[in-house]
Design a protein around this ligand. Structure first.
Ligand SMILES: [Zn+2]
Length: 80
């Protein structure tokens, strides 16, 4: 169930109706500027997400992973 998330995506658990609490497992590939001090201390700067993939979304209330569906932005604004 790998997908690239859109941050407007909302989820809904069809088992218990939860709309607000989910455990999300995601993989991110990032590029960052590693800035070391002369003494070797690292500061990570300008971290940029190149790809982000949601691997699994499960319901925080009932623990169900198979009943969580994605809502489109329209569905979320006017649930039927
Ligand atoms: Zn649930």
């Amino acid at each position: 169930m790998a997908r690239v998330p859109d941050h407007r995506t909302r989820y809904r658990c069809t088992a218990c109706g939860n709309l607000t609490r989910f455990d999300v497992v995601a993989s991110r590939q990032t590029r960052a500027f590693y800035h070391y001090s002369v003494g070797g201390e690292l500061d990570v700067e300008e971290e940029e997400v190149i790809t982000e993939t949601v691997e699994e979304v499960s319901c925080r209330w009932c623990g169900n992973a198979s009943s969580v569906i994605e809502l489109s932005a329209d569905d979320a604004e006017a649930p039927s």
